[in-house]
Structure formats: C-alpha cells, structure tokens
Ligand binder design. Structure first.
Ligand code: SAM
Length: 275
C-alpha cells in the first residue's frame, strides 16, 4: 500500500463523492448492460480499478453473487471509507477494498475479470495499466473498461449557453492533460495493451426537459472543476456563476424544449488469451 495519495484532478471531498454517486445512478443501466455483455457472471473474482464511491464494485457484486467476490482499488482513503460505509448499508458481503495506487498495486493472485470505469482517463499511460492488470486475469477471463466520450454531451441541438458549458468541461480536462475523448479511443488502447479485437460499444440515455440529469451533471462537474477553469484562464468564477448554473441550465432546457444528451459511456472488453 502507498503511504502518499496520488494527485488526482477531481479529489475526494464529500461533495465530489456525492457527485460520483449521482453520476453512477445515471450510468447504472449502461454499466449493467456493458458488464453483462462482457460476461461478468456468478462466481467470478473481479478487481474494480479506481472504485471511488464503490458503485461499479456494487454492480459487479450483484452480478457475481455470493459465490463471487470483488476487490475495489483506489488511491483515496476518503473514497474507500465512503465506499465501505455504503457497502455495509447495502448488505453486500462479497466486496472488499484495497487502498493503493493502480501503478503500484500487486494483486494477491489471479482473477477472472478486471473492470474499471472513468479511471483510465487519469492514467498517464492507460494501455500500460490495462496490460499490467490483464497479466493478473486468468486465461479466458475478461478485461472491461468504461470511459466517456465527452464531446457529444449537451443540449440537442446546442444553445450558445449549453455549448459554453460543454466547452468549459471538455477543455478543463484537456488543459489538465487528460483526454475527454478517451472512450472513443478504447479499442486502440486495448490493442496497444496487447488486447486485440476488443468489442467497443457506446451507450447513453437522453433526458427530457424538466428532468434534472443535465443540470445536475453540468453543475456538479463544473463545481469540482472550478479551480481548473479559473487557474487556466478558461473562465472566471463570475463567468461560471456556479451557485445558479444548475438552475440556469435547467431553465434553458425547459424554455427551449430540448433534450439533454449526456456524455457517451463507451464500454470496451476483451478476453485474455488462452495460451
Ligand atoms: C471519476 S472517479 C470514478 C469512480 C468509479 N469508478 C465510478 O465510475 O463511479 C475516479 C476514481 O479513480 C481513482 N484513481 C485515479 N487515479 C488512480 C490511481 N492512480 N490509483 C488508484 N486510484 C485512482 C480516484 O481516486 C477516483 O476515486
């Protein structure tokens, strides 16, 4: 286990962990579909990379059932305490957590699957992370990654305000050296990791005017990214007006009668070769 925590763009304060939970609720149908299509089944032993508030680990725990198990790994002790509390509340007994950096951790033994959602984005070399963890998957087991393609997110069709909000979000990631389009590139990343022929599939919902998904997603992530926006000169705190941004986004969607399209969750999975 590492003694220092890796600097991580979004941090792990309670507000951010609550945002992850809310985002996870919106992503749950797509996540369940991807995990099931990838072949996560009862009895499997699974690692969840960058487990955060624990939501993917909990989805996997339900799929693998009491005869299977999930280990959630995260570099944030705050996130893991949060996740462990939620795990107990949900009565899940087949989930455990390990506090470590993905680049340092040495799993205890072979597993049937490795999964990770919205975590490769933060790795300087995502293919190296996949290659490393594929090495712990038994032959015939599966590696699953889910990452965002952010460029599609916003009102349909965009308004100047929704376009500005979408730009602030994607550009904050870019200016932090992170790729907001990683999801679309997952097939290439898998191939670089020696996992050729991955299945790659994008999924997302659409939210009607009067629902809260768009406004809460936009305001939630911008609140966390606000220091990046101001530090990199993308916008001032006055430009963003974070306290009212969610309401303004909600009103704009209602007044223009437009649908909100969230970022696409791209799932990619590949079997580890049987030699
Ligand atoms: C955006 S959150 C996603 C959480 C969760 N997978 C989900 O989809 O809800 C990314 C998580 O990855 C963790 N993380 C980022 N880099 C990491 C690293 N190098 N080692 C371990 N955890 C890392 C962060 O601490 C954070 O909890």
């Amino acid at each position: 286990m590492t003694t220092t925590e890796t600097p991580y763009l979004l941090g792990s304060e309670p507000e951010e962990l609550r945002r992850l939970e809310e985002q996870a609720a919106a992503l749950a149908p797509a996540t369940r579909a991807i995990l099931a299509l990838a072949g996560i089944r009862p009895g499997m032993r699974v690692l969840d990379l960058g487990t955060g508030a624990g939501d993917v680990a909990f989805e996997v725990a339900r799929l693998v059932g009491p005869s299977g198990s999930v280990v959630g790994i995260d570099q944030s002790s705050k996130a893991l305490r949060w996740a462990a509390g939620r795990c107990a509340e949900q009565g899940l007994t087949n989930v455990s957590f390990v506090h470590d950096d993905l680049h340092e951790m040495r799993p205890a033994g072979e597993v049937d699957a490795v999964v990770g959602r919205l975590v490769l984005l933060y790795a300087p070399d995502p293919a190296a992370v996949l290659r490393k963890y594929a090495g712990y998957v038994r032959p015939g087991g599966v590696v699953v990654s889910m990452e965002y393609e952010m460029s599609v997110a916003g009102l349909l069709p965009p308004t100047p305000f929704s376009e500005r909000v979408a730009f602030w979000i994607t550009e904050s990631f870019r200016r932090s050296g992170l790729d907001p389009g990683l999801g679309a590139r997952l097939g290439t990343v898998f191939a670089e990791a020696g996992l050729a022929g991955a299945t790659v599939l994008g999924l997302q919902g659409y939210s009607a005017p009067g629902t809260l998904t768009g406004s809460r997603m936009a305001a939630g992530v911008l609140r966390t990214l606000l220091p990046v926006l101001t530090r990199t000169g993308l916008a001032t705190t006055e430009d963003v007006g974070i306290e009212t941004l969610g309401q303004r986004f909600f009103d704009e969607q209602v007044e223009t009668g437009r649908m909100f399209r969230p970022p696409t969750l791209v799932g990619a999975w590949a079997r580890v070769g049987e030699s």
